[in-house]
Design a protein around this ligand. Structure first.
Ligand code: PPS
Length: 298
């Protein structure tokens, strides 16, 4: 892995502004909007595997699992570069996009895009996609702390205001309900494995096996156990490749760590009773008839 590219992506990430823009009615970071033509025209390959998610749903966890599956559990090789280099994030910026283009196959790639904004070449090439979804209450809390510590994102303000923005979808990458339902519907037409964060917490080995089968691999029980261990919260929190400690220009880890709590139900320490009631009513309305269900606690 070329250290100059790693350095360039790190440096460029620190140059982002926290301005917001919009793409087809979806709020996005202005830096993403500026590169949009190039992002949308990204050329996928048949043997790419894309991880997609609404922010703060367990993407990095899945990235590490996918990388270790490709590497057949070789932990040493998995330490070759930070997660945002091993799995280029298409909306991250010019260098990341450029780097994604020249990454040799088989590539692992990441987006947070709602399904309707995915570059069409992914559908044309019938690329395999793993979508990770997390219950919205924990998503809000995780996103709130993330926006507080990410210097390139708008300041989230007080949690009460942030809660209201989440409900209306006035957030980078848009409305959570539209995102999870859009991808849920798309899974019936495309090669999409829909994975829930709560299932990963409940039984990581079971979910890692699902991902392995979807990726067309067959690994031994011993290798799978190693992958489970290496991608546990405790190990990833200390792992510089996964914990984003190498991006000080972007993340102020003194405000909050990237690997913050890693659990289901943290929202209970943040939601007021009235917010919870408001949320449950909106959830019921929005999710009705979708066939999609989230577990807010285990
Ligand atoms: S991002 O910035 O959108 O890509 O963030 P993302 O990786 O999707 O989500 C970050 C949250 O996932 C938690 N996480 C994990 N939980 C359990 N086990 C493992 N191994 C793990 N890895 C990441 C991370 O802690 C963030 O959740 P919170 O609730 O903030 O702790």
């Amino acid at each position: 892995m070329d250290p100059a590219i790693i350095e360039k992506i790190i440096q460029e990430s620190g140059e982002y502004t926290s301005d917001m823009g919009e793409i087809d009615g979806v709020p996005m970071l202005q830096d993403t909007c500026n590169e949009w033509d190039e992002i949308y025209n990204f050329q996928a390959r048949e043997d790419d595997i894309l991880v997609a998610s609404y922010p703060k749903s367990g993407t990095t966890w899945m990235q590490e699992i996918m990388d270790l599956i490709v590497l057949e559990g070789d932990v040493q090789k998995s330490m070759r570069a930070p997660c945002f280099i091993k799995v280029p994030f298409l909306e991250l910026g010019k260098t990341s996009l450029k780097y994604a283009k020249v990454t040799p196959s088989p590539r692992l790639l990441k987006v947070h895009l709602p399904v309707q904004l995915v570059p069409p070449s992914f559908w044309k090439k019938n690329t395999k996609i793993i979508y990770v979804a997390r219950n919205p209450k924990d998503c809000i809390v995780s996103y709130y702390y993330f926006q507080k510590m990410d210097k390139t994102m708008p300041d989230p303000g007080p949690f009460t205001d942030y809660f209201s923005s989440f409900m209306t979808g006035n957030m980078p990458w848009g409305n959570w309900f539209d995102h999870v339902i859009g991808w849920w519907k798309a899974k019936d037409q495309h090669q999409i494995l829909y994975v829930f964060y709560e299932d990963m917490i409940e039984d990581p080995l079971r979910e890692i096996k699902k991902v392995m089968t979807f990726m067309g691999k067959d690994l031994s029980e011993e290798v799978l156990q190693r992958i489970k261990h290496q991608t546990s919260f405790k190990i990833m929190k200390e792992n510089p490749v996964a914990n984003y400690s190498n991006l000080p220009s972007v993340f102020d880890l003194s405000v909050s760590t990237f690997m913050r709590k890693g659990k289901v139900g943290d929202w209970k320490d943040h939601f007021l009773v009235s917010q919870n009631e408001q949320f449950d009513a909106e959830y019921k309305k929005r999710m009705e008839g979708s066939g999609l269900q989230f577990r807010m606690e285990l």
